[in-house]
Write a protein that binds this ligand. Structure first.
Ligand SMILES: Nc1ncnc2c1ncn2[C@@H]1O[C@H](COP(=O)(O)OP(=O)(O)OP(=O)(O)O)[C@@H](O)[C@H]1O
Ligand SMILES: [Mg+2]
Length: 233
C-alpha cells in the first residue's frame, strides 16, 4: 500500500559523473537535518553513497543506509535486504550511470519523483535530452505518474549553455528546477560524510539557498501526490 507519509526520490541520469551521488547524499542529509526519518539506497556497484554514509559523524542526524547494489547473501532475501525502517518518511535513491531499458522501467515504477542532474556541456546536454526521451518512451514516466525535475549541476557563470535544454524541457512541459554551482564545498562535505547544509562555512550559504528551490519543488509535488491519493477510492 502507498504510504502517504513516504516520498521516494531517485537521482538518475544515464550519464556518469553528472552529480547523482552528490545530489542524493546532499538531499538525504538535508531531509535528515529537517527531522525526517530518512533512508539512502545505493544501487550503484561503485558504492559511493554508502562510502559517504560510512564517513558520517555520529553527531549528525542519522540516515538509514541500504546497500541495494549487493546481491543478498544466501541467508537473506532481496526483500529483507531492501527493507526500510517502518517509520521512514523520505527515501533517496542513488542510481548508477548507464541505466536504460527494463532496468529504467523498474526504477521508475518504484518512485514518486525523479531528479535528473545535468552538467553544463553540450555533450552532457545532448545526452540528457536523449535520456529524457527514453524516460518518456521506454520508462513511460507520465503513465506511472512520476514527477520529473531537471537540475543544472556545477554551474559556472555562463548560463546560456542550457538554452537548448530549457527549450526542450519547455516543449515537454518538464521543469528546470534549480541550478547548483560548481564549488569545492560539495567536495569538502563529501569527504566528511555530510552535506553542504551541515558545513559551518558561511561561504556555503549561497549553496544552501540554491537547495531551497529544490525543496520547495519536492514539497509541492508531495502535497500534490498526497491530494491525488486522497481521491483514490
Ligand atoms: N556542484 C558541484 N561542485 C563541485 N564538484 C561537484 C559538484 N557536483 C559534483 N561534483 C564532483 O564531481 C564528481 C562527480 O560527482 P558524483 O560522484 O556526484 O557524480 P555521479 O553522477 O554520481 O558519478 P557516477 O556516474 O560515477 O556515479 C565528484 O568528484 C564530485 O565531488
Ligand atoms: Mg555516483
Amino acid at each position: 500500500m502507498f504510504d502517504r507519509n513516504m516520498q521516494k526520490i531517485i537521482v538518475l541520469n544515464s550519464k556518469g559523473g553528472c552529480g547523482k551521488t552528490t545530489i542524493a547524499t546532499n538531499l538525504a542529509s538535508l531531509y535528515a537535518q529537517q527531522g525526517f526519518v530518512t533512508a539512502l539506497m545505493d544501487y550503484d556497484p561503485q558504492g559511493s553513497s554508502m562510502r559517504w554514509l560510512s564517513l558520517r559523524p555520529q553527531d549528525n542526524k542519522k540516515i538509514f543506509g541500504v546497500q541495494a547494489h549487493r546481491q543478498p547473501g544466501s541467508a537473506q532475501t532481496r526483500a529483507f535486504q531492501l527493507r526500510l525502517p517502518h517509520s521512514t518518511e523520505r527515501v533517496v535513491i542513488d542510481a548508477p550511470a548507464g541505466i536504460n531499458g527494463q532496468a529504467l522501467v523498474d526504477f521508475v515504477c518504484q518512485v514518486d519523483v525523479l531528479l535528473i542532474p545535468v552538467l553544463p556541456s553540450p555533450i552532457d546536454i545532448h545526452a540528457a535530452t536523449t535520456f529524457i526521451k527514453d524516460l518518456l518512451l521506454v520508462g513511460k514516466i507520465r503513465s506511472h505518474g512520476v514527477r520529473v525535475g531537471v537540475l543544472a549541476n556545477r554551474m559556472r557563470k555562463n548560463t546560456r549553455v542550457y538554452q537548448s535544454l530549457e527549450k526542450f524541457l519547455a516543449s515537454l512541459k518538464l521543469p528546470f528546477i534549480a541550478s547548483l554551482r560548481d564549488t569545492q564545498h560539495y567536495v569538502h562535505a563529501a569527504e566528511r560524510g555530510i552535506g553542504v547544509h551541515e558545513l559551518w562555512d558561511k561561504r556555503a550559504e549561497k549553496d544552501r539557498q540554491q537547495w531551497q528551490q529544490i525543496m520547495v519543488w519536492l514539497e509541492d509535488n508531495r502535497a500534490m501526490i498526497a491530494a491525488q491519493q486522497r481521491h483514490v477510492p
